[in-house]
Design a protein around this ligand. Sequence first.
Ligand code: NAD
Length: 453
Amino acid sequence: MAVNSRISGLKDRSVAERRALVADGAGVDAAALTALDAGGLTVEQADHMIENVVGTIAIPLGVATNMTVNGRDYLVPMATEEASVVAAASNAARIARVHGGFHASGTGPVMIAQIQLLGAVDPHGARARVLEARQEVLDLANAQDPVLTRLGGGARELTARVLETRDGTQVIVHLHVDVRDAMGANAVNTMAEAVAPVLAERAGARSLLRILSNKADTRLVRARAVFDAELLGGPRVVDDIVSASAFAEADPYRAATHNKGIMNGISAVVLATGNDTRAVEAGCHSHAARDGRYTALSRFEKDRDGNLTGTLEVPMPVGLVGGATRAHPAAQTAIRILGVTSATELAEVIVSVGLAQNLAACRALAAEGIQHGHMRLHARTVAASAGASPRRCGTSRNGSSRTAGSRWSTPARCWSRCGAGTVEHAGPLAARADRGADRDGAGPGARLRGRAA
Ligand code: NAD
């Protein structure tokens, strides 16, 4: 069934209604979404995943709408504790949709395992002897994982270099492995450990570390999209986003925050699908410093029609098998909602969400500033932590509230009015958000603005 990621008014529905709409839109059985209840993981299941388990911690799971990637619609599960991330991604995706959505491509799912060789008396000769053993090493590596090789993956290439370090000269060997639909860390680590003795013997050296590199630059995925100038707010906003992009490209202080905004989207989908957030974050940030200076991962330019083009290229080592992707029931449900059938397709959606998130943040920063939208949504969290109950106040899902007088106001105002909490209780953040909403007449039709970075 073709997915339609346009679900209007999702934010104004109850959780139960949203589940039904998402299940229907994604073509999955609504009952499957009960796996998301209470964090989707029992203590017993958690006890099989890590050590010394004493409980679980739940993170909100939202669904971003409007995403189109390579001509196909996706409803995208996002796990995040940060207000406005899901709304911002959905809004940016809606703007990209007008010009065909996101286009994504990649290098293929190749991961690198490193084998460190120490003590070779002739490091350059050792390197040459290692490379002469290429076929023997690849065959031995592939013998470790018949499942992977049967699926068309496996060790593909061997490279080696001489590395000068403060602890002397070392020979570093890279084993390049096509890991298909796996993230691949365990797969390539097993291979690295198996081939290390052969490499050491050929090099006349001792092997030390044998492990995957998280600088996954042989597993790059890129996304691009055109964002309509008019929907962004006009030509001035386009020019200002280009200037903001140039700032992030030139200045590491800004680049770190710019990239954090990208990771708001990327990490939320990586986490929702049970993938390794640290591996992806290490890969992305190492890629941002690939030329020796930390810079922005994305670029924004103006095209000849005056619209904004955005591009993002990052390593994306995610899988559909292995790790928690199969072990976590909620992750399995998230993957069903997403409807991806390969790790490559999952990676393409994730990078597209990263670009959408980045556009939303840059647009908000270059226009009204991020506090406008962010504080309005964040007020819910602040007020809730002060003991207020959104349900008692009838708070809508976009953070505004309809009260008896049919006037829309922020949660902080509503909570103060219904007595479940006050602006003072919620603190200065809620009070500021409250004032901001008054100024701008935030209501059910108010556009949710992107935030974060
Ligand atoms: P895994 O070993 O659980 O699964 C991979 C295996 O699944 C493959 O080796 C293959 O035998 C099998 N398989 C079945 N169907 C497959 C398919 N369609 N495509 C590919 N393989 C298929 O997991 P993994 O992906 O090798 O490792 C991921 C885990 O390793 C994650 O939990 C990650 O957190 C962890 N890890 C990460 C690091 C790191 O990032 N530095 C280091 C160690 C471990």
